[in-house]
Design a binder for this molecule. Structure first.
Ligand code: ADP
Length: 170
């Protein structure tokens, strides 16, 4: 059985991620999406919130599971019994970083291969950061994330802005 992991921050999951998930799920027998709990980054959403959003948007895909993990992707892959790591490539700018990551992972775990899927051109500009920035300034994020994710992003940003306003007022 060909099992792969798709690790990432997914803060939040975008239509670009979803496109990679759908296509990867057709290529492999089983796909585990790994939501990284990374202490070096301050995400907008907690790991549990990111996992739940991913579960909502991938619930219809029978061979896809969503989990959170800490530490190295290759260790997560070993724990899951996966032999491959799926990553998405948007543009040349992703390539250098992703190549370095793949070579490092190969060195750490020669039994695990990286599968690169190139983005659907329609999403080549799309990142979680772009979504957050547009939403922060009140722009329209429909079409960039699913409607249920859009709702959660808008609510969360409002919550953060209210928190900031309260701090300024004090
Ligand atoms: P990370 O913090 O690990 O880069 P991301 O959630 O930003 O996590 O991305 C996870 C993976 O999905 C990465 O391989 C990234 O290149 C890919 N990805 C992100 N956005 C897109 C997109 N719009 N199209 C295709 N792949 C994407």
């Amino acid at each position: 059985m060909l099992k792969a992991i798709y690790p990432g921050s997914f803060d939040p999951v975008t239509c670009g991620h979803l496109d990679i998930i759908r296509r990867a799920a057709k290529l492999v027998d089983f796909l585990v999406i790994g939501v990284l709990k990374n202490n070096a980054k301050t995400p907008l959403f907690s790991a549990d919130e990111r996992v739940n959003m991913l579960k909502d948007v991938t619930g219809h895909l029978e061979n896809v599971q969503v989990k959170s993990f800490e530490g190295l992707s290759v260790d997560f892959a070993h724990r899951e019994g996966a032999c491959a790591i799926v990553r998405g490539l948007r543009a040349v700018t992703d390539f250098e970083y992703e190549l370095q990551l793949a070579q490092t992972n190969r060195k750490l775990a020669p039994d695990i291969d990286t599968i690169f899927l190139t983005t659907n051109l329609q999403y080549s500009y799309l990142s979680s950061s772009t979504v957050k920035e547009i939403a922060f300034f009140g722009g329209d994020i429909s079409g960039l994330v699913s409607p249920e994710v859009a709702q959660k992003v808008i609510e969360k940003i409002k919550e953060k802005q209210n928190e900031q306003n309260r701090t300024v007022d004090q």
